[in-house]
Design a binder for this molecule. Structure first.
Ligand code: NAP
Length: 299
């Protein structure tokens, strides 16, 4: 069995930062990622709020990976199926049957986009419904587009799309946006964005492609013809790896100030962790703290 000091699951900003700090503390570090390094960060159109940095999110991830590798962290593209605490170590089970023995594990698997779970959503996903404006926005230049949500993501995505089309409708179920003030104000002042408060999306309709959305505003239901809808209504925990770990009511992993979970030797960092603020800088900080804690524990 392959043995390492620290196995990190997920190569977003939290996992990459943990890899760098772990390797720099002379730990034998293996980072396992099922897709490409970066995670949710790769969906960001422009990186505005990482302190001291004005490069693109993609460049940030590339640099973080290079730094971690320079300090000796090993990367593998693998899908992890389960992490199990044994007596003195943890076993990481990979798809395909291989097992890795690690003295500690950091779970940095991030979060996935929440769905509306309403009629037509599954049917029209990829046929007019999307969860990533940076990825799919350019397909809908100068089209009528609805963005759903009232948080940072919805405001960021609406702002990005307003450069591609002058017909953006931001639909939010409350009477105010919950996004950070700067992001909210940028949307409210944008002439290409109409903000429709107290509005719910009830269903999606169309033939082969999405063509209209059933909306309800202040109790009145009506059909709105649109070519695209971007759903930006928050995140859900992406973690089925350790079913027994303690979580908050939304499924995010609860950690102490060292990033240790309820299971000794298993740590969590980044969006997967129960946290009031999900940001790249927070994820990077979580990763550094988790790796430092692992290093202290293993001395
Ligand atoms: P969020 O902050 O949880 O906001 C989700 C929004 O969607 C809320 O306005 C919520 O409405 C609404 N919503 C939730 N479920 C809904 C449903 N079933 N139907 C209709 N609306 C629904 O999520 P987020 O905006 O995706 O952001 C996630 C995290 O990433 C946050 O921590 C955020 O700060 C961070 N982020 C930061 C940036 C940035 O700094 N530039 C950009 C993107 C994301 P209510 O208000 O009624 O609850």
């Amino acid at each position: 069995m392959n043995r390492v000091d620290l196995a990190i699951v997920g190569a977003g900003p939290a996992g990459l930062s943990a890899a760098q700090y772990g390797a720099r503390a002379a730990l034998n570090v293996l980072i396992l990622e099922q897709f490409a390094p970066g995670g949710q960060v790769l969906r960001i159109s422009s990186l505005e709020n990482y302190p001291g940095l004005t490069s693109s999110a993609f460049e940030l991830i590339q640099t973080m990976q290079e730094q971690a590798e320079r300090f000796g962290a090993q990367f593998r593209i693998e899908t992890v199926e389960k992490v199990q605490r044994e007596k003195d170590f943890c076993t990481v089970f990979l798809m395909g049957g291989e097992k890795i023995q690690a003295r500690a594990v950091i779970i940095a698997t991030g979060a996935i986009r929440r769905l509306l779970n309403i009629p037509g959503e599954k049917e029209f996903t990829g046929k007019g419904i999307s969860y990533c404006a940076t990825c799919d926005g350019p397909f809908f230049k100068q089209k009528k587009i609805i963005v759903v949500g009232g948080g940072d993501s919805a405001c960021d995505e609406a702002h990005f799309l307003s450069r591609l089309s002058s017909q953006i409708i931001l639909v939010h179920r409350r009477d105010h946006l919950r996004a950070q003030k700067l992001l909210a104000e940028r949307v409210l002042k944008n002439p290409n964005i109409e903000v429709r408060f107290n509005t719910r999306v009830l269903a999606f309709h169309g033939q082969k492609m999405l063509s209209s959305v059933l909306l309800e505003t202040n109790g009145r239901t009506y059909n709105e013809e649109v070519q695209a809808v971007f759903v930006c209504i928050g995140l859900e925990a992406e973690s089925t790896l350790i079913p027994e770990v303690h979580r908050d009511e939304e499924g995010f992993i609860i950690c102490d100030h060292t990033m240790q979970t309820s299971i000794p030797g298993i740590y969590a960092a980044g969006d997967i962790r129960s946290s009031p603020f999900r940001q790249i800088v927070v994820a990077a900080s979580d990763g550094a703290i988790a790796a430092h804690s692992v290093s202290n524990m293993l001395i």
